[in-house]
Design a protein around this ligand. Structure first.
Ligand code: IZC
Ligand code: ZN
Length: 422
């Protein structure tokens, strides 16, 4: 078999195996194949062989056109997948930092017309081209930090026109740079000021106008809702998600982040792909998610940034059999961070997840959370050649160091797109 690219001699190569049909849960969450002196061979955009350097060299043919990369002393992982971001938005919210430090809670800032609503104003005012340029910049930052695929939500428009503008911008950002984006429609992100005090009438618009337009234009296969006290209740969330499901959407949910409303139970009842946040998930919610196979996408960078006093019970969820994934939640308010490497650190230290569980959370389980596990999320023959090389001797090192970008090269669809001089 021919190779156009061969990465060899890595101190370690890590990947899940045989987990493309279902996310890793329970004991299996930490099942990681670790290959010393590892190598991966690529032909065009696909992986053709993975194993020790000796095994891979015996299996593939190279010629003078084959690009060879010596990864001596380094770590190879699958490209990271960030399954929960709000990467396309206008403006920024640094002015809220002082308010936050004065002790004004996140939901209170929103109730005063700031928070999400301030980003809505800036996003409505931005042209599609401006949104694309900003989204492109943020995606390039993600790529150099090892993220090769990310989910991207709408939700800062809150009118039909502005929501479509954001989803179209996401589609264009996907096309103009290397990180693959998976769009999610989040029209039910907040009640816009035009509908203040009347969330049900706003949801009529989401259900009767926005969802059908998004479906017709094929702008997203996922529908999400911000289920939270003062935003959308359980009943309102059930209404929008059921309507979306009837129109063929797959479901995601911002659930049980600040007030325990029973979001995890609703996500399980509706067969959502994922329920995200889950800081205050109930024991019953954990049990139901495990049973229904709903992926728990935990966003510990947000917990850190909101200065919440406790994190989602990641350890408990894994032990109860919930497949766990992790994401940055990159957004202008509660998590202005798009670096999954930082999420690795926080997840280990504060969710008490092991480095192996965390790697699976941001690769194969995250690929499941965005519906792409047959193509990405692991280094296996036939999958897309999305590969990261880290200046790290082993995968524990990724969780041990923090605050420095350890990426030395990123390979996207078989091409070296990022090479950092060490
Ligand atoms: O802009 O604050 N939680 N949505 C739900 C967000 C945070 C984004 C924001
Ligand atoms: Zn979010």
């Amino acid at each position: 078999m021919k190779a156009t690219l061969l990465v060899k001699n890595a101190a370690q190569l890590v990947t899940s195996r045989d987990a493309s049909d279902a996310p890793l849960a329970g004991e299996r969450q930490q099942e990681l194949t670790v290959i010393e002196d590892g190598a991966v061979a690529v032909n065009g955009s696909k992986i053709v062989a993975v194993g020790s350097t000796e095994e891979v060299m015996a299996r593939v043919e190279t010629d003078q056109k084959t690009r060879e990369v010596d990864a001596s002393g380094q770590l190879i992982t699958p490209g990271f997948v960030d399954p929960h971001t709000h990467v396309v938005f206008g403006g920024s919210r640094e002015h809220e930092l002082t308010l936050k430090l004065q002790g004004v809670p996140y939901l209170e800032i929103l109730a005063r017309g700031g928070g999400i609503l301030s980003s809505v104003e800036a996003t409505r005012a931005a042209s599609k081209e401006e949104l694309v340029a900003r989204g492109e910049k943020y995606c390039q930052q993600m790529l150099v930090q090892g993220t090769t695929t990310a989910e991207a939500k709408s939700g800062y428009g809150l009118t039909t026109e502005a929501e479509l503008k954001i989803l179209e911008a996401i589609r264009q950002v996907d096309q103009v740079q290397q990180v693959d984006l998976v769009p999610t429609f989040l029209g039910a992100h907040a009640v816009p000021k035009e509908y203040k005090g009347d969330p049900d009438r706003y949801l009529d618009l989401v259900i009767d106008e926005m969802l059908p337009r998004v479906a017709e234009k094929k702008l997203s296969r996922y529908c999400d809702v911000f289920c939270e006290e003062g935003i959308f209740s359980i009943e309102q969330s059930r209404r929008v998600l059921s309507a979306a499901r009837d129109m063929g959407f797959e479901l995601k949910m911002h659930a049980d982040e600040i007030v325990p409303l029973g979001g995890a139970e609703l996500a399980s009842e509706l067969g959502a792909v994922s329920a995200d946040h889950l800081l205050v998930i109930s024991d019953q919610g954990i049990e139901q998610m495990a049973k229904a196979g709903v992926i728990g996408v935990i966003l510990p960078g947000t917990t850190f940034y909101l200065r919440e006093d406790h994190y989602a019970p990641g350890r408990k969820m894994i032990e109860a059999g919930v497949p766990v994934s992790l994401a940055t939640d990159f957004n202008p308010g509660s998590s202005p961070n798009n670096n999954l490497q930082l999420v690795i650190n926080i997840a280990c230290l504060y969710l008490r997840m092991t480095p192996a569980e965390v790697i699976n959370a941001i690769t194969i389980n995250a690929a499941h959370a965005v519906g792409r596990a047959s193509k990405i999320g692991s280094l296996e023959k036939g999958k897309n050649a999305d590969i990261v090389i880290f200046d790290a001797p082993n995968y524990d090192y990724l969780a041990y160091r923090y605050g420095t970008n350890l990426v030395s090269s990123v390979i996207k669809n078989g091409k070296i797109v990022e090479e950092v001089q060490q």
